[in-house]
Design a protein around this ligand. Structure first.
Ligand code: NAP
Length: 264
């Protein structure tokens, strides 16, 4: 069965639909910036995070400041059963799940020769299997509506073979996200679903072991073509564009939001 490509889905305001954002609870993270930007654009927001308190607080903040519905569920993205239960709950509580931003992730600065199997599996299970588990369940819902927008966060680490805070399993998982994105763009396109990835360079969050010091910031800027480290809104605005109806002819792509790191 294929989608009706002539259907005018663009007639629907985002307010009639929901964007699911994973990894949104972190107070200085890309997920939070994305959830707030999407809410300001009229999307209802479904938050899925391992941090129950932070997720609930963000849902309350969104509901208080934007004229949309926000609902938070708690799940470890690396646990498929938890993910399915959580998305079931979001689906029951919110308007149709039309967009998905896969943002939850962990870093891994461990050098390869010191890597344990537990660390390998922790990172692959969260950063790659987690994206698959969430996407698989949300895609089941999107297919029923013949409409969907999926964006997953990869990294320049996938393209450059890691970095200081993102060594082997991180690079492998983020490269897997690009492969998953291309394969799903091929398979889900006939159902009116676009699937893209974003590869951020260094972004000013706490994932690199806490706030940047002046020294680490300067070292990062030396690797870029622009004279600043990225901020969460740089990634959030790219995600919002790929989830919007401004980008309906873009699928299977990886957009670098990296200040020129990859080509530097
Ligand atoms: P962050 O602030 O640490 O946000 C990550 C979020 O994911 C947190 O809310 C975290 O919850 C949540 N999370 C972690 N493991 C989870 C799990 N198993 N299940 C559910 N939620 C989980 O980091 P960020 O910098 O915003 O990173 C967001 C995404 O961008 C990640 O995928 C990261 O790899 C990617 N990225 C970041 C950069 C960068 O420079 N910042 C560059 C390239 C790519 P807790 O806080 O409770 O652990």
């Amino acid at each position: 069965m294929t989608a009706d490509h002539t259907a005018d889905h663009t007639a629907d305001a985002p307010g009639a639909r929901t964007a699911v954002v994973t990894g949104a609870a972190s107070p200085r993270g890309i997920g939070r910036a994305t959830a707030l930007l999407l809410a300001s654009q009229g999307w209802n927001i479904g938050i899925l995070d391992i941090d129950a308190v932070g997720g609930k607080a963000l849902a309350e903040e969104i509901a208080a400041n934007h004229n949309v519905t926000a609902y938070a569920v708690t799940a470890d993205v690396s646990n498929e059963a938890q993910v399915r239960t959580a998305i079931d709950e979001l689906e029951a509580a919110l308007p149709p799940l039309a967009a998905l931003a896969n943002i939850a992730g962990v870093s891994s600065p461990v050098p390869y020769l010191e890597l344990t199997s537990d660390e390998w599996h922790r990172v692959i299970n969260t950063n790659l299997n987690g994206v698959h588990y969430v996407t698989r369940r949300v895609a089941e819902s999107m297919v029923r509506h013949n409409y969907g927008r999926i964006v997953s966060i990869s990294s320049t680490s996938a393209q450059r073979g890691g970095g200081t805070y993102s060594k082997t399993p991180y690079s492998v998982a983020k490269a897997g996200v690009i492969g998953l994105t291309r394969a799903l763009a091929r398979e889900l396109g006939p159902f009116g679903i676009t699937v893209n990835a974003i590869a951020p360079g260094p972004i000013n969050t706490d994932i690199m072991g806490g706030p940047l010091t002046p020294e680490t910031r300067a070292d990062l800027i030396d690797t870029l073509l622009v004279n600043r480290v990225g901020e969460t809104h740089d990634v959030a605005s790219a995600i919002a564009y790929l989830l919007s109806n401004q980008s309906t002819y873009i699928t299977g792509q990886t957009l670098n939001v990296d200040g020129g790191l990859y080509m530097h």
